[in-house]
Write a protein that binds this ligand. Sequence first.
Ligand SMILES: Nc1nc2c(ncn2[C@@H]2O[C@H](COP(=O)(O)OP(=O)(O)OP(=O)(O)O)[C@@H](O)[C@H]2O)c(=O)[nH]1
Ligand SMILES: [Mg+2]
Length: 461
Amino acid sequence: MFTTTIAAIATPYGRGGISVIRISGDDAIAIADRIFKAKNKKTLAETKGFTMLYGDICAEGRVIDDGIASLFRAPHSYTGEDTVEISCHGGILITESVLTALLAAGAVQAGPGEFTKRAFVNGKLSLSEAEGVINLIDAETKDKMYLARSHTSGVFSREIDRIYENLLALVSQTYVYADYPDEDLTDLSVTELSDGIQKALADVEALLATYKAGHAISDGIYTVVAGKPNTGKSSLMNALLGRERAIVSSYAGTTRDYLEEKATIGKIFLKLVDTAGIHEAEDEVEKIGISRSVSALEKAELVLAVFDASVSPTEEDIAFLNKLKTLPIPKIAILNKNDLDTDCTDQYRVYLQNGFTGVLSLSAKHKKGLDELKNTIESLFVSGEIDYDNNAIVANARQNASLLQTADHLKRAISALDSGFTQDIAGMDIENAMATLAETDGRNVTTDIVDRIFHNFCVGK
Ligand SMILES: Nc1nc2c(ncn2[C@@H]2O[C@H](COP(=O)(O)OP(=O)(O)OP(=O)(O)O)[C@@H](O)[C@H]2O)c(=O)[nH]1
Ligand SMILES: [Mg+2]
C-alpha cells in the first residue's frame, strides 16, 4: 500500500546510552544491508525475522559505530511491513549520521506518527489502539497511562466489535424480511428486533457515560481560578500544584497575566489557570490581564471561584457571583482565609445557595481543607474505582462524537418500529448506526481524520 521505505530516529533527541533508528517498508532490509555489516558475515536479507545481529555501522565510507540490527519481517512487525531497528550509541551526531546514511541509501524521512499510521492502514492496530499509543507516550499521570494501556490492549476495540456484531446479526434478519416480506422466514419478531436495538443502544449509552471520566483522565479539565484581586487565587493554585509556582503577595493585582499548569487530582488532572483578579481597573496592563481572565472563563470547563471570607461580601462580590451562576459549567465557590478570626463564611453562603456545585471553606495559605476540595473536584468526573483491564472507556472527543451519532441512528430505528414501519426500514437506520460505530474505531474514517490524528504523534513512532 505504501511505496516508500521510511526511516526516523525513534528515541529522544539528546545524549544517552543507546539510540534507535527505525526503517520500515518494502526496501527496509536492503537499505539496512547497505550500511550495516554483521560480524557473522550474514546479510539481513539472508537472516530470518525476529533476529538481532551485532555488527558495524558504516557511513561516508567508514565504520562510525558498532551496534545491533533487529529484524522484523512482514507482516510480523509493528507496521506490518519489513522493519529493521538499528541500535547505536546514543550520541546526537552518531544517531544523526546513521539516519543520514539510511536516507542516502534510499529511505525517506518519516513524518510524525508515520510508523503507527502504517500500522493502522496495514490492519495491525485499530484507530482507538493507535490513539492509545499517543496517550501512552504523552501520559504524565498514572491513570492516563492505565487508560491508554487499556486502549492499546484493545479493551475499547473489542467492545465496539461486540456491539457491531450484535447489530450485524439484527440487520441480517431485516434483510431476510426485505427479500421475502410475505414469507415467514425471519426468526425475529418486531418486538425482538426492537429489544435487540434497545440493547445495543443501552451498550452505546453505557460507553457514552464513560466519556466524562475518560475526558478528565485523558485530556484534563480546563479549570479557571477566578475572583477579585487578593482573594488568594494564586495561593490556591500553588496549594493545588504542591509547589510555589505563582507569585503570591499582599499587593492587590499581583497576578497580571494568566498562568496555566497541570495539577493531578486523584485519577484526573486539571489544566489549572490562575488569572488576574477581576475588577474595575484603570491601569492599561491590568485591563489586558483582566480581559484575558474573562476569555479564560469563557473556555472553562470548571471554575474555582475564590472569595476572601475574612471580609464581608461587597457589591462587587455579589455581582461576580451572580455572573458566574449564568455559566453552564460546574463551579465551586471557595471561601478562603477561614484561618483568620474575622471569618465571614456564613455571610457568603446566603448568596451561594443556588447555582454552585459546591461551596467550600478553606485556607489556601495554610493548606487546610484542600483534601475536601480535591475530593469534590474528582467526584465531579470520576466515581469509585476504574477497572481499566475490563471496562471500555471513551477517551476522546472524536470517539464520543461517533458514538453520539450511533445512538441517534439507533433511536431512529426504534422510533421507526414504534411508528409501525417495517423491519427493513429500521434496518437502514441500523446500517447507519453500524457505519458510525465502525468509524469510532477507524473503519470507514476519512483520510483527513486519519491524517489529523497521526499528525499529533512524534517522529519515529
Ligand atoms: N490568612 C490567610 N491569608 C491568605 C490565604 N490565602 C492567601 N492569603 C494571603 O492573601 C494575599 C493575596 O494572596 P494571593 O494568592 O496573591 O491572591 P490573588 O487572588 O492571587 O491576588 P491577585 O493576583 O492580586 O489577584 C497574600 O498576602 C496571601 O498570603 C489564607 O488562606 N489565609
Ligand atoms: Mg494572583
